[in-house]
Write a new protein. Structure first.
Length: 97
């Protein structure tokens, strides 16, 4: 994935953030930690189940693990692991263990 596409995604997400929010926003840094969430029902696939067991992902690994990800907001990323995937990543605001 090219760096230009990542920049466009970040710009689109930042435009959705209220202008009075003054924080440093990153997505793909090794310092960024994202927690995986899947819908716990009988439609959940094995791939999503395995990601749920992994739990947390570093930002610098997101493009490798989730090549079709979509930044929704400054703290939500849709993973798009497969068609109609309902899973997402939430930004972790604490230091990982």
């Amino acid at each position: 994935m090219s760096q230009a596409i990542q920049v466009v995604e970040v710009v689109k997400a930042i435009r959705r953030i209220p202008s009075d929010v003054a924080i440093e926003i990153t997505y793909f840094s090794a310092k960024d930690v994202w927690e995986y969430h899947s819908v716990m029902d009988n439609r959940r696939c094995e791939i999503c189940s395995n990601h749920e067991e992994t739990g947390e992902f570093r930002g610098n690994l997101l493009r490798t693990v989730f090549p079709d990800l979509e930044i929704i907001d400054w703290d939500i990323i849709r993973v798009n692991t497969h068609p109609n995937c309902r899973c997402y990543l939430l930004r972790v605001t604490r230091e990982p263990e």
